[in-house]
Design a protein around this ligand. Structure first.
Ligand code: CMP
Length: 147
């Protein structure tokens, strides 16, 4: 079945045109995924609070919101047969410093800065992918054969 996922290229990488191009080239080089839609956004504090509601109260919550509100960023709808897993494998572990040791060829290992400023996001399940895609692409028409 077809899968879709939401990918984010967060404000730090979006602000660096050289890194942004390198990251997009890495995505385009993946034969099992395709960028189906892309948009550039600048969140309001309310949008950040809504998207990260599950992290409210955690020690990194304010840092995370400040980071995501620091500038514009890019949202992608990615498509592929196992794109949720494949995209998370490509971006690598949440913590870029650990990723550099364990999975050095991942995007967070290469471009991520810190635990919070980890440059990329990927949905973790088909249900969350739908939910997150709707937030960034309210007019998106989900295909019928979607997992
Ligand atoms: P992401 O998985 O896209 O969404 C939640 C974000 O919270 C995560 O990326 C990081 O940016 C941030 N985050 C998660 N865990 C930590 C942590 N332990 N310390 C700091 N930031 C974190």
């Amino acid at each position: 079945p077809l899968q879709l996922t939401l990918g984010l290229l967060k404000p730090d990488i979006f602000a660096n045109p050289v890194f942004l191009d390198l990251a997009l080239a890495r995505i385009r080089a993946q034969s099992h995924m395709r960028i189906r839609q892309a948009t550039i956004v600048q969140w309001s504090p309310e949008q950040a609070a809504d998207f990260y509601a599950e992290h409210h109260g955690k020690f990194f919550y304010q840092r995370l919101c400040d980071y995501m509100l620091s500038g514009p960023f890019q949202a992608l709808v990615l498509e592929g047969p196992e794109v949720i897993r494949d995209w998370r494998a490509l971006i690598g572990p949440t913590h870029p410093i650990r990723a550099r040791i364990r999975q050095p060829h991942t995007l967070r290992a290469e471009f991520g800065l810190t635990d919070t400023r980890n440059s990329f996001h990927g949905s973790d399940s088909p249900a969350n992918a739908r939910h997150e895609i709707r937030k960034f692409f309210p007019d998106f028409i989900f295909p019928k054969d979607l997992e």
